[in-house]
Ligand binder design. Sequence first.
Ligand code: 5GP
Length: 178
Amino acid sequence: MHSDIKEILFTEAQLKERISELGKEISTTYQGEDVTMVCVLKGAVMFFADLVRSVEGNVSLDFISCSSYGDSTISTGEVKIRKDLDHDVKGKHVLVVEDIIDTGVTLSALLPLLRKRGAKSVRLAALLSKPDRRKVEVPIDFEGFTIPDAFVVGYGLDYAEKYRNLPYIGILKEEVYQ
Ligand code: 5GP
């Protein structure tokens, strides 16, 4: 275990097992219909890579990078796109894949934007959810794990761009960011 990690929440094996279950749920939901899976960079990249391989059927991949304006009073429609999708989502089933839903501000802005662009459906898969921190309600269609209010890293999730390469998800020691 990395010396900056206080506790491992989910091991590589636990992540693998849960993601394979989510893949089955997703395959059942779309019933062979084409789906565009959208990775929200960068945190979701590991989850995305594993999840797409556990989904059966015709899947296209696309990538987006965005940030909310960080104003908790903004509930919808205000999202800064740093890197937009390469393909038009009009008429497509879109499944947004995110690492963690914390306050919900980012995704509560991104999902309506994709709907406004004419997607046939927009659903959300999130590996982690911290419901205690929610400021805006975001329905999660496919949820990996609910976690307590702690700052987690690993498996794509960073602190100052570090720890993304850890194969597990762990709680960062407080002294690292204090
Ligand atoms: P929200 O808009 O839901 O508050 O924020 C979502 C984003 O905040 C996530 O995509 C992620 O980048 C970041 N975030 C929220 N909680 C954590 C956490 O515990 N660890 C890490 N590494 N990032 C987090």
